[in-house]
Design a protein around this ligand. Structure first.
Ligand SMILES: [Zn+2]
Length: 103
């Protein structure tokens, strides 16, 4: 068994690995950079109505380059900030609104 057999699909004959997202070659020292990425999508359609009934998205850990890993991390951070700060901002807006009604 070759040492990097698990990455066989992403490696060429010289053992070079490529980023799953952008396809850039990845130096051997960065091979540990893996992120959860979208690997596939399955859509069920209701043909009479013509719109998607359900969409299943599949995720998996894939080898990515530094730039793509950073981009993914930034995206996740933003999603988390919106998730946590969104309701807080809404409460603050309601609070300010109720204050303005009292005057
Ligand atoms: Zn990349």
């Amino acid at each position: 068994m070759r040492p990097f057999a698990r990455d066989a699909v992403l490696s060429d004959s010289r053992g070079m690995s490529y980023c799953y997202l952008c396809g850039k070659p990845i130096p051997g020292t960065h091979r540990h950079v893996r992120r959860k990425v979208k690997t596939g999508e399955h859509e069920t359609k209701a043909y009479l109505r013509g719109r998607a009934k359900s969409v299943k998205t599949y995720f998996g850990l894939r080898l990515v380059c530094r730039a793509c890993a950073n981009r993914l991390d930034r995206g996740n951070l933003r999603r988390e900030l919106v998730y946590h700060l969104g309701p807080l901002a809404l409460l603050l807006a309601l609070f300010l609104f109720s204050l303005s009604l009292r005057q």
